[in-house]
Every structure is written in structure tokens, then in C-alpha cells.
Design a binder for this molecule. Structure first.
Ligand code: HEM
Ligand code: HEM
Length: 223
């Protein structure tokens, strides 16, 4: 089964593309994480009151599935190596990109976990729901004294905010790098993360990916 999956994924990764499963994980999670960042800051601007609690409930309902998706994504990523693409040949830039990918995975786990801890350390405002539907347990903190719960809340809040700011810095770098590789260097990296358009239906047929010529030869018409 695993070998069959690997063989299937290789038909994509050997073409320099992520597998459709990897692509689905990437874009679903990118959308959810960006939503969470925007919604989280939006909650910060809301006045205290009933709406704010409802907004936190949306925040946790969307955030908890990220934890499950992260487990699935990490498992998939360990099973199926990513493709080797043009972005893997860029020296220090490749290293920075890989470090950022590791940090993203850290945030994928750390944000929902610290959020869950925060939520569980204050008895109110009530039960959690996965995607707003399935009941999700609180962590068993009720036997702990108030002071301990407040300290746990404090640490979890710090972790949450550090990871939020980590994403605020690294996501724009990641997106800018993806666009730079695509539009400036004309590398295959972004194309490998987009759904494949079968050649016969590709309206851009005839304008195939073509890496930019080495810049060591100024004046060469290598574009
Ligand atoms: C990838 C997932 C998540 C992201 C990107 C995220 C992002 C954010 C952001 C941007 C804020 C506002 C920070 C600020 O005001 O400066 C925030 C606050 C908060 N989040 Fe999340 N969050 C995620 C998951 C969760 C989950 C799953 C829960 C609960 C189960 C949660 C609970 C909270 C709480 C309680 C706060 C308020 C913290 C405070 O007031 O200091 N978060 N989050
Ligand atoms: C419009 C926004 C985005 C674009 C254009 C984009 C593009 C890309 C591209 C082209 C890659 C492949 C990089 C390579 O193979 O070297 C990639 C990988 C990755 N991206 Fe994004 N991305 C975006 C948003 C995000 C967001 C918001 C996150 C989550 C914080 C994210 C997390 C990742 C991760 C973890 C990888 C590594 C893939 C893996 O091996 O699991 N991306 N992205």
C-alpha cells in the first residue's frame, strides 16, 4: 500500500511537482492559517462582549482542524519526499527556505496546541468544537488551583503570540520568494505547487516554463 502510494507520488515528484495530496494540504492549510491570522487580529480590535466570545469560538473551531491537518500533512511529508525543483539549487536561499518550512510546521502544531491550552486553562467560555460541529475535550486542568491555571494561561499565551509574530514575519518572505522564483527567475517551483493543467487544455501551450539564463553574461538575450 505504502509502496503503491510512493510510486503514484513519484509520477508527480519526478516531474518537479508536489503530489496532488501535497498540493491540497498546502493550499487548504495556507487558506486556514491566513484566515486565522486575520481573524485573530480582528478579535483583538473587538470590544469586550458577547460577540467577542462568539468570535473566539470561530477562531478555535477553525484552528483545531489545523492540528489534525498538520498531523496528516507531517505524516504525508515523511512518507513522500517533496520534488527536487529549481529552488533547491540556490545555496543559502534554499537553506533559508527550508528553515522557514520547518518553522511553519512548528507553528502548525504550536498554535492550535497553545490555543487549546489557553482555552482549557480558563473554565469559561465553555466547550470547544472542532469545525464548530464535533465536541472537542478541554485539557484536564480543572483539578489544578487557580494560580497554576493562570500561570499555564500566561505561558500558552506567550507561546501563541511568539508563533503568531513568527508567521507575520515569515509568511510574507515565503510568498515573496515564491513569486520572485516564478516571475523573476522563471523557476518551476510555484508551478509545482499549483494544480496541474493537462497540456492539451493548457491555453499557454507554446509558452512553456523556461529558466532565466545565467546572469553572468550581461547583455545576453537569454530570457
Ligand atoms: C494556526 C492556528 C492559529 C493561528 C494562526 C492563530 C492566530 C491568532 C492571532 C493572530 C491571535 C491574536 C494575537 C494578538 O491579539 O496579538 C490569536 C489569539 C488567540 N488565539 Fe489563536 N490562532 C490559531 C489557533 C488557535 C486555536 C486552535 C485556539 C483555541 C483552541 C486559539 C485561541 C486563541 C486565544 C484564546 C487567543 C487570545 C490570546 C490573547 O488574548 O492574548 N488560537 N490567535
Ligand atoms: C499565496 C501564498 C503562498 C504561495 C504563493 C506559496 C507557495 C509555495 C511554494 C511555491 C512552495 C514550494 C517551495 C519549495 O518546494 O521549495 C511552498 C511550500 C510550502 N509552503 Fe507555501 N505558499 C503560500 C502560502 C503559504 C502559507 C500561508 C503557508 C503556511 C504558513 C505555507 C506553507 C508552506 C510549507 C510548509 C511549504 C513546504 C511544503 C512541504 O514540503 O510541506 N505557504 N509554498
Amino acid at each position: 500500500m505504502i509502496n503503491a502510494l510512493r510510486r503514484w507520488a513519484r509520477t508527480h515528484t519526478e516531474e518537479g511537482r508536489y503530489s496532488p495530496v501535497g498540493i491540497a494540504f498546502h493550499w487548504v492549510m495556507a487558506f486556514l492559517v491566513l484566515f486565522q491570522l486575520g481573524w485573530g487580529f480582528y478579535i483583538g480590535f473587538m470590544g469586550v462582549g458577547g460577540d467577542k466570545i462568539a468570535a473566539y469560538q470561530v477562531h478555535s473551531a477553525v484552528g483545531l482542524p489545523i492540528l489534525l491537518l498538520s498531523i496528516g500533512r507531517l505524516g504525508w511529508r515523511m512518507l513522500i519526499p517533496g520534488p527536487h525543483n529549481d529552488a533547491d539549487e540556490q545555496g543559502w536561499q534554499t537553506t533559508v527556505a527550508h528553515v522557514i518550512h520547518y518553522l511553519f510546521y512548528l507553528a502548525f502544531f504550536g498554535l492550535p496546541l497553545s490555543g487549546w491550552v489557553m482555552w482549557s486553562s480558563v473554565a469559561e467560555p465553555g466547550p470547544l468544537h472542532l469545525a464548530g460541529v464535533l465536541p472537542w475535550p478541554q485539557l484536564p486542568f480543572d483539578a489544578l488551583g487557580d494560580a497554576t491555571r493562570w500561570s499555564i494561561l500566561d505561558v500558552a499565551e506567550d507561546v501563541h503570540l511568539v508563533l503568531v509574530w513568527l508567521l507575520v514575519v515569515t509568511v510574507p518572505l515565503h510568498v515573496a520568494a515564491a513569486l520572485k522564483h516564478h516571475f523573476w527567475d522563471r523557476h518551476d517551483v510555484l508551478r509545482g505547487m499549483l494544480p496541474e493543467i493537462p497540456d492539451a487544455e493548457d491555453p499557454r501551450e507554446g509558452h512553456r516554463h523556461k529558466p532565466r539564463a545565467p546572469r553572468a553574461r550581461p547583455g545576453s538575450a537569454g530570457r
